[in-house]
Design a protein around this ligand. Structure first.
Ligand code: SAM
Length: 264
């Protein structure tokens, strides 16, 4: 677990790299350098970064419009700058209460500045390996009380986490959540991709910058989230969960999976 007091500006942060790729301004030279290295190795990253955000938006829309959920917890949230959870949820129902969280202290600090005038939102520091930090917080008590029927966002996070931590997080959330709770998951991975030289290069670049990605095959990934169950929508390749049946689909090799989980 990373201590709360430490901000390391010599390392890029996944959230600030993503912010830069999405056109945001909350990032440093070290993040832009890493982003440009990754873009050179895998130009598809630009396309991906918008597709990822759209996927998150479809998950949140499903929570609020289809399921009528009034409470959302978002882990590894990054910066709430571009079409993020609260914007999507509040466009449908401004009364939805959202708790964002991230392990990166600067991200938390910046995000609080961005959200200063936004109602029904808190942004907490939390290592997703210990979701208890959010679940036991004063803010969770204030927003949710004893009603634990929630939508959980767990997008682009699992591949940053060790298996033991991910399993603990999933089980803790399951035990805390009320039946009817749902969780949208997007994670990098894919059996075909694991031997791809481009991936090896991406992993090597990340490792140099201190980011240790854990890529899993689908069975392994799903097993991490037990006892949550995949909804009737099934598992989608890449970022395509929730796309309408007639939407154009990418035929690119699987480099990520997206799925909705629920507690019955
Ligand atoms: C690529 S961004 C994903 C942002 C957002 N969830 C999305 O789908 O667009 C990954 C975020 O996860 C955060 N992160 C990485 N490991 C984490 C952990 N163990 N706990 C909480 N956040 C973590 C990073 O700081 C970063 O902000």
């Amino acid at each position: 677990m990373v201590s709360r007091g430490h901000i390391d500006l010599t390392k890029p942060s996944a959230g600030r790299i993503q912010d830069h790729l999405l056109g945001g301004t909350h990032n440093f030279e070290i993040d832009r350098l890493m982003a440009s290295r990754l873009k050179k190795i895998a130009p598809i990253m630009m396309e991906n970064v918008f597709a990822q955000r759209d996927l998150l938006g479809r998950g949140v829309t499903y929570f609020v419009r289809e399921l009528g959920l009034k409470q959302i917890i978002d882990f590894g949230s990054s910066l709430p700058t571009c079409n993020n959870t609260h914007q999507v949820a509040h466009a449908i129902d401004p009364s939805v209460r959202i708790i964002y969280s991230d392990i990166d202290l600067l991200t938390v600090r910046y995000s609080r500045e961005i959200l200063v005038n936004v109602a029904n939102v808190h942004y907490l520091w939390c290592d997703a390996a210990q979701p208890e930090t959010v679940l036991g917080s004063v803010e969770a008590k204030e927003f949710f009380g004893d009603d634990h029927r929630v939508g959980i966002c767990f997008t682009l996070l699992a591949h940053f986490m060790k298996s033991v931590d991910l399993k603990h997080a999933a089980r803790t959330l399951y035990e805390w959540a009320d039946p009817g709770s749902h969780m949208i998951v997007l994670s990098m991975g894919g059996s075909e991709w694991l031997s791809d030289p481009i991936l090896q290069e991406i992993l090597a670049q990340n490792e140099k910058m201190g980011i240790d990605l854990k890529l899993r095959n689908l069975d392994e990934l799903l097993s991490m989230f037990a006892p949550w169950e995949v909804t009737e929508h099934g598992v989608a390749n890449n970022y395509s969960w929730g796309l309408p049946p007639d939407a154009p689909r990418s035929h690119r090799p699987t480099r990520a999976w997206s799925f909705m989980l629920h507690k019955k």
